[in-house]
Unconditional design. Structure first.
Length: 236
């Protein structure tokens, strides 16, 4: 079994290791669950780096934009590592989402902070969490991966019901796997953006199912601290 979660599995290395002293992401999850996470999400949080309920801090603007991002947040569509020195220039002019953003459109921070303790409990219950653990599907150990649903759906106005319906109709006509789905499943996927993301991501994972037993570890040296996003055919 492979489970994909659409939230960040960690924060940038400078925050996790250098500032909080956690050697890897699983150690950070424990710290998050012991009260830090809910404190960061609180309306009166003194740490203004957790933004969205207030403007983005200057620390994450301009040439310092890349500091609020993990390597995978920038590189997940690329196979080659972008050196730290090049990241500020590479992300200028685009709006990648940061795990520090806990409010506003497209924010991922709240789900991530509340999801990390769940990862810790699932790992203790026997799940492998990539890339912190090697895939162990041959031993029937279930696997969890971080995903970014936009990489699975491609360009489509997911918030628009007509666009979702058109996308799914096209898939049903060209893909036998979609054609085999029941009308009830397709109707649910048309009805909401979340259900649409879930179905399309599941279909992508099924089509790539043979890849999961041999996922390579990311090339980025910080992957044990920051994690990495699984993407179709691009795991490094």
């Amino acid at each position: 079994m492979v489970v994909g979660f659409d939230f960040c599995f960690s924060f940038p290395a400078w925050f996790v290791r250098d500032e909080l002293g956690c050697a890897d992401a699983p150690a950070f999850w424990d710290l998050v669950e012991r009260g830090h996470g809910e404190r960061w999400l609180a309306a009166g949080c003194e740490d203004q780096r957790f933004w969205g309920k207030h403007p983005k801090p200057a620390e994450f603007c301009g040439d310092r934009l890349h500091r609020m991002l993990r390597a995978t947040d920038i590189d997940c569509k690329l196979a080659a590592l972008i050196p730290e020195a090049e990241r500020a220039a590479r992300v200028r002019g685009i709006g990648p989402k940061s795990v520090f953003q806990i409010g506003g459109a497209g924010s991922v921070g709240t789900a991530s902070v509340r999801g990390m303790p769940v990862l810790r409990r699932l790992r203790e219950a026997g799940f492998a969490v990539w890339p912190f653990d090697s895939p162990a599907l041959k031993d029937a150990r279930p696997l969890i991966v971080e995903m970014y649903t936009r990489l699975n759906t491609g360009p489509v106005r997911k918030s628009n019901a007509e666009a979702r319906a058109a996308y799914l109709l096209a898939k049903r006509r060209e893909d036998a796997a979609y054609a085999a789905l029941s009308r009830a499943v397709m109707q649910r996927a048309r009805a909401s953006e979340d259900a649409f993301d879930a179905l399309v991501s599941c279909m992508v994972m099924v089509s790539r199912r043979k890849e999961f037993a041999s996922l390579a570890m990311p090339l980025d040296s910080e992957y044990k601290v920051e994690g990495w996003t699984w993407a179709p055919a691009v795991s490094q």
